[in-house]
Design a protein around this ligand. Structure first.
Ligand code: MRU
Length: 356
């Protein structure tokens, strides 16, 4: 998608370097950063210079490429893979991408390993882009249906950033929105601010602005009253891990939106590429929920009137804080899953029907 009228992807490989858009600087500064080593990749994932389930998967895949360039030794590669998987615990794409790379590289000789690693990392990246495009084409049908019925602007609520910045391109939750907009359907997006890191306000609103899509940032607590007032036609969110029973783990606060949507008969859809499905665990209590630094809660960052980026504390130093990054929305609250293969019920039957 575009920034300042120019098309970008979130990650690319050039001259033996991995290039990323540093998302900790957005929306105030647009900075392209070079990742030179596997340590740089691990750090970029941990500090959330790159974030969003599909993008951290692709960054981990390229991290292994950098690891081979740095030190073409099997034990170093193994150590790199373990450190990459541990860099963020909740999104399953990270492990999925690293496992896929390691499987591909098993038994490959020293001479060929770099080329094969590069091809596989590119395949993961290109595949995600294709998946997200198809999620958009599938989700477009739902928005089109609402638009045809309503004959007015379709109001969509989204949480966090499941936009193109969280993937390679298109996004998951935003892809149906971009496709609808490109088709001339009138859409407006309610963007949950998404405390504490404000991915909604900082990233989703920014990318929608750059594509000329009407959007309004709201506090995380505003969705309920907007739904009661009939000002939300549909919710579409992303996911970091979807269980085979249809339970969905996504950014903290998603569950509360789903409860509110249920109470107000607002359809609640989750958009996902199949790489975020965890077929291995059956109970959401087994999902490792990331607990992040309390400074993300106690401080806010923004730009002052002199264009200087500032970070300020917002509550007493001695107050305790708990910063859980994700929650689980039970399948019973999810109207449907929008995947690259089609739309299905949030259930084992639904998912298995699409993904044998
Ligand atoms: O902590 P983040 O910013 O990585 O969390 C991102 C989300 O929760 C997204 O909704 C999810 O990764 C899906 S991205 C297409």
């Amino acid at each position: 998608m575009k920034i300042d009228g120019k098309s970008y992807k979130t990650i690319w490989f050039e001259n033996n370097l991995v290039k990323i858009i540093d998302q900790t600087k957005l929306p105030h500064q647009f900075v392209i950063k070079d990742l030179k080593t596997v340590k740089d990749s691990i750090n970029a994932i941990k500090t959330m210079e790159v974030r969003g389930a599909p993008l951290i998967g692709a960054t981990a895949a390229y991290g292994l490429v950098l690891s081979i360039i740095e030190n073409n030794d099997l034990s170093f590669l193994k150590k790199s893979s373990e450190e990459l998987i541990a860099s963020r615990p909740t999104a399953i794409n990270l492990k999925w991408a690293v496992d896929r790379m390691m499987k591909k590289l098993k038994g490959i000789n020293e001479k060929d390993i770099l080329k094969i690693a590069l091809d596989e990392a590119k395949a993961i990246k290109d595949e995600d882009e294709g998946f997200c495009k198809n999620i958009g084409l599938n989700g477009l049908k739902i928005i089109e249906e609402i638009s045809n019925k309503k004959k007015d602007t379709v109001n969509i609520l989204t949480h966090c950033n499941a936009g193109w910045l969280a993937t390679i391109d298109w996004g998951t939750a935003t892809s149906p929105i971009y496709h609808a907009h490109q088709k001339g359907i009138k859409v407006h997006v309610w963007v949950d601010e998404t405390r504490p890191r404000n991915q909604g306000a900082n990233l989703t609103s920014y990318e929608l602005n750059e594509e000329g899509i009407s959007n309004t940032v709201i506090t995380d607590n505003a969705g309920g009253i907007l739904m009661q007032r009939g000002q939300v036609d549909i919710c579409i969110v992303g996911t970091d891990r979807t269980l085979s029973n249809g339970d969905v783990c996504n950014k903290i606060g998603t569950y509360l939106k789903a409860l509110s949507a249920k109470d107000n008969n607002v359809p609640f859809y989750v958009a996902l590429p199949s790489s975020t499905i965890d077929w291995s665990i059956k109970d959401h209590k087994q999902i490792p929920i990331e607990e992040r630094n309390s400074e993300e809660l106690s401080h806010v960052e923004g730009i002052d009137e002199n264009n200087q980026i500032k970070k300020v504390r917002i509550y007493p130093q001695k107050s305790k804080s708990l910063n859980l990054a994700f929650d689980v929305t039970p399948a019973k609250l999810v109207t449907g899953l929008i995947t690259e293969k089609g739309i299905c019920e949030a259930s084992e039957k639904g998912l298995k029907g699409l993904f044998k």
